[in-house]
Design a protein around this ligand. Structure first.
Ligand SMILES: NC(=O)c1ccc[n+]([C@@H]2O[C@H](COP(=O)([O-])OP(=O)(O)OC[C@H]3O[C@@H](n4cnc5c(N)ncnc54)[C@H](OP(=O)(O)O)[C@@H]3O)[C@@H](O)[C@H]2O)c1
Length: 215
């Protein structure tokens, strides 16, 4: 598949490399292709390509949205809503506010009545948005190694076919997937990132992932 990544931060770069390793074609989208991290990524990933947010959106059959939560709307406008229409959008974003955490508890700019994903779906009504990769650190997004135990990625979204495609991607990336339903489920999936970060902030432990135990 052709994958367009909107966002060249660490999440965009890690997922871009993961998609390349799985044999997909990838364009990493950024506002500045001369940025040091982006140039380094390109040198280490010769078969990947670079472009603007708009070029990445045009290129991708599947899109990954991986920009800072506060600038999601701007990034979508730069990408061009028309280029995202009807496409699967893997939404890895979290609505993290700019204020410091309280005793390791991050603050969000959203409420429990409206998630960032719902805002994105409203901005892109024709797109098949699927929340994924939001509740784990970037170092564990691709082929996480927990000595044989497979961690759970919580996803949600309104389009079942899109969720199946994302589930297949997650399986290839080394995850088991738990579908939590429609877009509103992002109200609880996004805050899992707050929980995930607490051990990191209070005792510098960043190497965990969630697993749903089932009978
Ligand atoms: N870091 C993690 O381990 C982790 C884990 C799970 C989820 N997340 C979520 O994933 C998303 C990406 O996180 P990240 O750590 O990779 O990077 P980040 O620092 O949160 O975001 C970097 C991206 O935001 C873009 N950006 C910044 N200001 C912008 C503006 N004014 N207009 C348009 N775009 C702008 C940057 O564009 P350029 O490409 O042009 O520089 C870059 O692509 C966030 O929502 C984060 O909460 C992060």
């Amino acid at each position: 598949m052709k994958v367009g990544i909107i966002g060249s931060g660490i999440v965009g770069r890690v997922l871009a490399t993961g998609f390349l390793k799985e044999g997909h074609q990838v364009m990493l989208g950024t506002r500045n292709i001369n940025k040091e991290d982006v140039v380094k990524w390109k040198n280490e990933n010769r078969n990947g390509s670079l472009g603007s947010f708009q070029e990445a959106a045009q290129f991708g059959e599947i899109i990954v949205l991986a920009v800072a939560g506060l600038v999601v709307e701007d990034a979508i406008n730069l990408a061009g809503k028309g280029h995202l229409s009807n496409k699967i959008i893997i939404d890895a974003t979290n609505p993290i506010a700019t204020v410091p955490p309280d005793n390791g508890v991050l603050k969000f700019f959203t409420t429990l009545e409206e998630s960032l994903m719902e805002k994105i779906q409203k901005q892109l009504p024709d797109a098949k948005v699927v929340k994924a990769f939001s509740c784990v650190g970037n170092a564990l997004m691709y082929k996480p190694n927990f000595n044989g135990s497979i961690p759970t990625m919580f996803i949600c979204g309104n389009d079942d076919t899109a969720k199946q495609t994302v589930t297949d991607i997650l399986t290839s990336f080394g995850w088991e997937t738990e579908d939590m339903g429609k877009v509103e489920a992002a109200r609880v999936i996004e805050p899992l990132s707050i929980l995930w970060c607490i051990p990191g902030f209070i005792r510098n432990q960043w190497t965990h992932a969630f697993k749903l135990l089932k009978k």
